[in-house]
Design a protein around this ligand. Sequence first.
Ligand code: NAD
Ligand code: DAU
Length: 338
Amino acid sequence: MNVLVTGGCGFIGTNLVRLILAEHPDLSVINLDLLTYAGNLENTAGLEEAYPGRYSFIRGDIAEPDVVNAVFERHKIDLVLNLAAESHVDRSIEAAGVFLRTNIMGVQVLLDAALKYKVGRFLQVSTDEVYGSLGQDGRFTEDLPMKPNSPYSASKASADLLIRAYIKTYRLDAVITRCSNNYGPYQFPEKLIPLMIANALEDKELPVYGDGRNVRDWIHVQDHCRGILAVASRGRTGEAYNMGGNAEWENIAIVREILTAMRKPETLIKYVKDRPGHDFRYAMDFSKIERELGWRPGVTFKEGLKSTIDWYLANRPWWERIRSGDYLEYYERMYADR
Ligand code: NAD
Ligand code: DAU
């Protein structure tokens, strides 16, 4: 069976491609990725040789119909796992256009191709951010209305609606996953956990937005990837499935945990100007996927954070190369007036 993974050179995509190849010998992977600033070919280096005939990479834009149709002409695709996206909330606040292009128009192009080439199933990797923000209590369930608060989450919510429309109108076999904050190996060091680890290692300030009391529900990327595969193979058509890590943490508590684990002083913490429209809290009710598909997160946050810190320590050249490129210019601009 041929699986088209889009965004397979990004953080979650890399982990997913590696998991499929390692644990599902019946599946072959075609990875379509534009290699934006967030996509890194180094992440998938050696996979063609390690899994002969089961892995191929195509550089291309999911929002370009000619590019996407050419992929489907060349390969008989049985399953699409769409992870390609612009994924960083702060960047969406700075410039929303590319988010709308990739996260909405790109999905429409993929959906049209899935219909045209009679793909068996389409899985859209969405996010808990489509639900908006919680107060101190409660958890997101799948039947809540979508109330996105950032250009990023609005673009993801738009894609979810488009998928619903294709299911209803064209009877496309599609499913949606909505997961909370991922962490783990290969995460681009603009996101909270890898940014704080890398800054701490270089004895740089750790920029905490606002008062640091915002809460996220953290899930190890391996757990998310296993959930994606469970929904792809056994999820009910037309349904959305939440995933979470059962690990709600205030940002400041995570930052302190990282500093303690790395034996670095708390004086590195710098409270900076808050993110505009900053969602206060995310928490996931994932009882539906647990009940229907038997999925639940397996990695505890403490174990996962430790192994993630170890990975960034062991792979310093990987993130140092990223941080010395275009990203440096972004970092200086984004954090200049904070
Ligand atoms: P990422 O930014 O690390 O990777 C995105 C990948 O998509 C990159 O490899 C990039 O090159 C590629 N890409 C971007 N635009 C493209 C285009 N037009 N055509 C083809 N490829 C393109 O993102 P991530 O954190 O791995 O997230 C993957 C998916 O999971 C996204 O859809 C995101 O919305 C969703 N998600 C992420 C999280 C999280 O915590 N990171 C949580 C829930 C859902
Ligand atoms: O919840 C799922 C989402 O998680 C995904 O859909 C997104 O693609 C992913 O980027 C992530 O979004 P967040 O905005 O929650 O993640 P981020 O790592 O950017 O921020 C996590 C929290 O940490 C958030 O409350 C903002 C805060 N933060 C972040 C950065 C980068 C800081 O305090 N300082 C920082 O420098």
